[in-house]
Ligand binder design. Structure first.
Ligand code: S0N
Length: 276
């Protein structure tokens, strides 16, 4: 059974390992390596990073969806074929773990990011859905970590943020046992928002995106920042504060400071209300 893909997705930019498409305000990043169950190599992650950066800048993007090609896997994590000493090694011979940059960018992106999980979300692929803002899964999806079984681990968001979803005991079980969980089990644990038949996965995701895009983008942005700040410490507060500054700059009170400077006069801040 395939996902319904009857929409006219327009290619934003051609890449080698990913598809990057747009449909009515929804940017879709599809990891396109089905022969390795959409495992990522350093080049894949560099492409995802470039695509995410473009979604940040583009005014015609309201929501970002991340998924995998085919009906077997969302993402099976790091490509074991290119794992060498020191990490995953790209064509340039440099070992790097640039997947953590993706986690940071997804959390920083001032737009919602939805994981559309169409099959296995395993290892680094599981972490990828965990760091997204929402997860919509098909009934055939399977979730799990493999790190302690295959010689890796993610003690960053892949552990701490996971524990915020499922609780400390379950997070430890997921990592210590390295078992797989059905989509329904993942939903019951609180790490998946909804589960639908595979043929309805894209329709449901597009419907959720369209509902989100009817809401105030600035309000959504501030909610994401606030929820992140709770876990992200000083960095989270910095991003929350950055958006507060953005809003302040939009106010007449901030404009008055700048205008007074340019007009070489004292600013008149007393004209502005002092809210209780
Ligand atoms: C997904 C699984 C469970 C599917 O099992 P199934 O149905 O039995 O299919 P297979 O025959 O196993 O797989 C089908 C084909 O796909 C290839 N393949 C699958 N996964 C990978 C992969 N990760 N790399 C390369 N190839 C893969 C199979 O080889 C097979 O190909 P053919 O048909 O040609 O034989 C099952 O496949 C599975 O368990 N896969 C491995 C999952 C895994 O262990 N992934 C790596 C986990 N580690 C990471 O992801 C770490 C990376 C990371 O994100 C990270 C993050 C933060 C900090 C550190 C790290 C870090 O790098 O350590």
């Amino acid at each position: 059974m395939n996902m319904a893909t009857n929409r006219n997705w327009e290619t934003i930019k051609e890449f080698e390992d990913i598809k990057f498409e747009l449909f009515e305000g929804i940017a879709k990043i599809t990891i396109n390596r089905p022969e390795v169950y959409n495992a990522f190599r350093p080049e894949t992650n560099m492409e995802i990073l470039k695509a995410l950066e473009m979604t940040r800048e583009r005014q015609d993007v309201g929501v970002v969806v991340i998924t995998g090609a085919g009906d077997k896997a969302f993402c099976s994590g790091g490509d074991q074929n290119v794992k060498g000493k020191g990490g995953y090694v790209g064509d340039d011979g440099v070992p790097r773990l640039n997947v953590l940059d993706i986690h940071k960018v997804i959390r920083s992106l001032p737009k919602p990011v939805i994981a559309m999980v169409n099959g296995y979300a395993i290892g680094g692929g599981h972490v990828l859905h965990v760091v997204c803002d929402l997860t919509i899964a098909s009934e055939n999806a399977r979730f799990g970590q493999t790190g302690p079984k295959v010689g890796s681990f993610d003690a960053g968001f892949g552990s701490s943020y996971l524990a915020r979803h499922v609780g400390q005991k379950k997070a430890r079980e997921i990592w210590f046992l390295c078992e797989q969980y059905t989509a329904k089990e993942a939903e019951q644990m609180g790490m998946v928002n909804t589960v639908v038949p595979l043929e309805d996965l894209e329709d449901t995701t597009v419907k959720w995106c369209k509902t989100i895009m009817k809401r105030s983008p600035l309000a959504i942005r501030m909610i994401k920042r606030g929820l992140n700040a709770e876990l992200d410490g000083q960095r989270g507060l910095m991003e929350f504060a950055g958006d507060a500054t953005l809003m302040y700059y939009l106010m007449d009170e901030a404009q008055e400071g700048k205008n007074a400077f340019l007009e070489k006069r004292d600013p008149d801040f007393q004209q502005f209300p002092k809210f209780p």
